[in-house]
Each structure stands twice: as C-alpha cells, then as structure tokens.
Write a new protein. Sequence first.
Lengths: 177, 592
Amino acid sequence: MPRLLVLFSKTDVMKFIGHLDLLTLFQRAINRAGLPVRYSQGFNPHQKVGFAAPLPLGVEGLNEVAEITLEKYCEPYDAALSLAKQMPRHLFIKDARMAEEYEKKSAALACAAKYKIRPREGEETEVTLNLAGGLKQYMKEFKIPDYTYVSRIELLRKTESGLVPLYQIYKGNNHES
Amino acid sequence: MAYPDYCLAAVEKPGRYIGNEINIARKNVEDIDIRFAFCFPDVYEIGMSHMGLQIMYALLNERADTYCERSFAPWTDMEIILRQKNIPLLALETGDPLSLFDFIGFTLQYELCYTNVLNMLDLAGIPLFSSQRDEKAPIICAGGSCAVNPEPMADFIDFFYIGDGEACINDILDIYKANKFNHGTKREFLRNIRNVPGIYVPVLFDDSQDGSSKKTEKAFVSDLDSSYFPKSYITPLIETVQDRVSVEVFRGCIRGCRFCQAGYIYRPVRERSLETLIKQADDLIKTTGQEEISMLSLSASDYIHCNELITALTQKLSPIHVNVSLPSLRIDKVSLELMSKAGEIRKSGLTFAPEAGSQRMRDIINKGITEEEILRGIRQAFESGRNRIKLYFMIGLPYETEEDILAIPALAERVLDQFFSIPKDKRPKNGANISISVSCFVPKPFTPFQWVGQDTLETFRAKQNLIKRNLNRKIRFSYHDAEQSIIEAALARGDRKSGQAIYNAWKNGARFDGWSEKFSYIRWVESFTQTEIDFYAHRERTSDEVLPWDHIDVGVSKRFLIKEYNQAKSAQITPNCRESCGGCGIEGCIYA
C-alpha cells in the first residue's frame, strides 16, 4: 500500500493541541480534502494515519512527520496542497513525499530529536535527546520549569553515519526538495 | 490578543481557550458595526456540543455588519490564573476582552449554570447587575430554554429572548444598528425592541400588573424547513462531549410527557423535509469531515419519514465511513428496526427511558408506553446481540407511592428475566449487563406539573434507599444527586427575588453547579434560606396562584396545563398529538 509522508509544523496556539486530538484533526482534514485514505479492516474501521512521534502538550514542532496509508497512489504535491488547505492556522504542511517500499514506518524509525529550549529570555540551548523520555529527563535534571518554551526542531533516525533527519531519504538518489 | 502562553501551559486543557478551529468566522473588526459575543456558561467541550450555538453563530456571521465570536466558562484552574494575573475573559476569535463587545449573549440551557453567567461577567470586568451598568457596558442578553422563566436572572440581564433564535435576532440587530447611528441610549434601544416577538426587558416590566396584562409571546419559526441552517459547523480541535455533527429532524414533540418542559415549550411540531435533511447532512459532512452525524429531535422515531431518512443517509454515508446515530429513541419495534438500519447494530449498548416502574405511574406522566412494549423491545435488543441495557427512571413524581417506587427494581428484574428466558444460543454470550439510573423529578414551568411540590431531600434519599435495598444484585444502580435537583427546582421556579440568592451563591464561590464535584448544597442553603428553598422547590402551588412566569406566553394555554394536571391525578392518559388533538392552544400546529 502506498504511504504518504507529510512534513508539517505545529506552532503558536496549535502546540496546545494534544496527540490524540491532532490525530482526529488530521483524519477530518483528510476527509475534507477527499484523500483516498486506507481504512483498517474489521469491526470498527479507522483511518490508517499516524505520526512519527507524539509531541508533548505545549511543545511546538517545526518538522513533524505524519504517515498516511493510501488506497492508491496520489501525487504527493497535490495531496500536500489539498491537505494544507484544510488545516487550521499554525499547522503548516511543508512538504509531502511517498514512502519508499523499503522504508520502515516513520514511527519505527524516529529515535531522537533536536530541541531548542529557552528557560529564560536570551538563554537558549539546542540539545539532541532520545524520544524515550529524553526531554522529560533533561527538563528534570536541569530543573527547567514546565511552561518553558520548547521547540522540537527536527526528528531524527539512526543510520550508519549517525543521526540524520527522519524525513529525508538516504538510500537511493531520488530525493527531490 | 490571546491568553498568554504561561496561562495556557499551566491549565489542564489549554485547547479550550485557543480558538483557531475549522470553519470559524474571521473578520476585520474595523469593518464591523456590531460585535456579538455568544457565551456558553459551561466548559468549552459542552458548549461546543450545542447545536443552537452553531446555528446562531453562523446566522449572525452571515451579516456583513456583525461579527459573532464565542466565549465559554473557564474551568476553575483557568479562573484562578486569570484572577491572579488580572487577565479579563476573552472572546476566542479575536482574543479581545468581552467588555469591548456590543452584545454579550448567554444561552441558558440548564438552571445550574446561572452562577457561571455571573462569573463570566465578573471575569470580563462587567458589573453583574444591569442597574450598575452604564452606557459603555455591553448589552447583556440571554436566551435558551431556561429563559421561559426569566425572573431569577432578571437583575443581571438587559433583555431576554424567548423562543426560536432564528426567528427575530436579525430584527434586534437592525434596531440596535439604527439606534447606534442615531446616538440613541441603551434604554431607548430596549424600549424599541420590547415589542419584537420573544423579547422581555426586565427593567421595563411593570410588576404592578397581575399577569393578565401584556405578555411576552415567544418568537417562533413557523416553517422549519425553509428556516436558516448553516452549511458548516465549527469543527473543534479538541474532543467535545457530543463529538459529532447533528441535524435537527423536527422541533417540538407529539408526546406530551407531563414532566417534560421541552415537550411543551417547543410546540408545535415542525418537521424538516427529507430532501432538506439529506442536503443539510451532506453539507455538514463535507465541510466538517466529521465521522458521525446525529439525528436530533425529542423523539426520533416519531418522524414520519424516519425510515426513508435513515436508509438514504446510511446508503450515502456508510461508504465514506460516516456513522449515523439516533439518540432519543422510544422502546418500540420501529426504533429497533431503525437502529439496526443505522448500522448501530454493532453497538453493544442501548439506553431506554421508561421513566417510571409502574403502569399507573407511567400513565400519570403520560409516557404512553406499556410494560409489555418495554419488555418486548428489550427482548428484541437482546436477541439482536446487545447485552448492555441502561434504563432511566425518575423518582419524586406526583402521586407516587411506595408501590410505584418498588415497581422500579421489579421492572429491572423482569428485564433481567427476559434475558434468561431467551435460549442460550440466541442471546449474547457474555451475559446481561443491566443498569438503572434514577434521577430526581424537578417540576418545571410550562408543564402540567409546574404546580407540584418537589420531594424533600429526606424523601428522595429514602426512595433511593428503597430501590437499592430491593434491587437484584446483578443489576447496577446509579442515581442522580438529590441536592442538585432541589436547587435546580428552586431556580427553575424562582422569581425576581431569587436573583439575590444566585448572587450570594456566586459570591460564596459557586461555579459549575451542574458538576456534582463542584456543587455544594450547604452553600446554596446559605445563599437562599431553607424557608426560601421550601417556598420555591417543595411547596405545592395552587392553580389559581399567580406564577412568576405568567407574563411569558409560550403558546400552550394554562387551561390546558391545568386540565393535564387533573388528568394526571386520575392516571388518565392524553393521546399523542398525531392521534388526536388535546387542545393545548398552540397556534400554527398541523395536528390542531
């Protein structure tokens, strides 16, 4: 089944929309856009839509990845455009591409992320943390208050040459930007 | 402006306060003559589930000269921060303070939200009493079903709008605009609208009258089919209580259950045509992308074309994975067939409201359903694979005896027996899961039971215990807080003097009284007095008493209500409107 990977940012007030609500938001946007989304089989069919990694409530994301399984191939650019039209402000669709067949699910690939943390005005740090509780641990260790501005700049995956941005294709030379 | 991040980051559900939803109106405030804040005095997830809000919001925003925005009661965690940081209550669309608006309109859907109205005004920095507000303050108005007895809130509200919102709101805004351009005063505006249907202006009410002089007649839409309905609904970004879109199949009800206020104040029955409903459903699904649509009415299976409607909608919507749901069903054969048609067959649970345990009691309240029908319906539900049945009952109904109370656990037990009388291979394998939920009767204005004295707290509790002691252990039991129901009754049948008690309660910290964990009975007893609670809630009134809402005319005659009350006394049922007209006096009824 073709999988559409959607690169998006979620900033401003949209950072206060939680993970499950974001899923509903995407599903309804897909419905309005009329994308040929795939439904799961069984008693209670649901759309096959997911995210690479949930964002904690209150944290903005600059390069988040959604993965939509489709019934049939569609032109990624058109899909991105029609989806973008259905999004609320501050949820910005930046790009879309089809996943390569050999590519694992983005949720399985994402393992770390680069964050920008600003505990106080003018005091800004960039850190790379693992997705398994890394941010929480960091905030606790450095006693950073809960309402601190935190931005997830980039989701990362592991390759032989180290951590690389999740959305980019690394095998083959077919990536266009 | 919007709420600052440090506020939002500190509350439990920040999504309630950010706006930015799909299909909201975006306008340039500079191009606008009238700013209207539609306020729902409960939390966002409840307010956004209300169809009236969607209709009024879209209707007001159709006007190029008007910008309607929304505001909801901030939950207590948000209130603490707003007060601490001195941040006023804002409207969701522009993030402007409510005090900048021309109108603040509240919808009063239940009495226990009254203190939230006061709290929202206070958080907006607006004086609570209309007598304390100057020309610069917004005009505060209120509508919704509770407005049929406006007196308890009359000290706080500049004008009430009684009846269907779609009917006359545009007339009000036209008059406001003309008055504004003529530099008229607020008082002049109120004088100018007092003769518009549905409008009640408390400060202009001459209370020397005995109720026989000029009444406020409710505003009403005579042709629902051609009345305004939005092409799109605001689609929230967070999950709401009723997380689905809904179309209104018909307004009013043919049944005439004697306890039910909606059954009287929304008369006459006005239906939408099949074509209109299908078109509206289609529009809403397309513009919202939501995955469920609900057929709203007081009794869905009473719609003449219900079968065709469900067939057409499921044919159209199932292929695109949209669920059609049918709330408010009666326990009859028709309803069950409709449900299986709507694809609700796969749902395991069913909710029915017999309301009373004994036939005598069901006849007293004019429920118009027999035990045989109830049991047959439930049996069919079991046979169709459902095993979770929830039954709603009410206690404290007029003329209720111990026998009537005992009939509730007895009926529940016979429901259980039905399950076991079905051969094992034909009933759900995982056993029967039966629960009963018992609420306390609240007498409401404009019903045949508006004169009834409500049970005392002790009596309610004794009756709850009686049920509990006699209920089969296999049946689950839940009941509604009697204390809340008593205050609901006191407010529902209150008068101008009740405003002081509402103010006291708010002053003493009452918020979200509809939420049992926030409600305090002691606080309300202290805010009223026990004598007043007895006077408003527990006292039986005589039919010749002048009632606080006698100056409001919802179209159903008092003579009819008295007649119905007398019928109840002798457990006489009144046929539904379609069978024969009971002569309620409503104008424009197709069954009269």
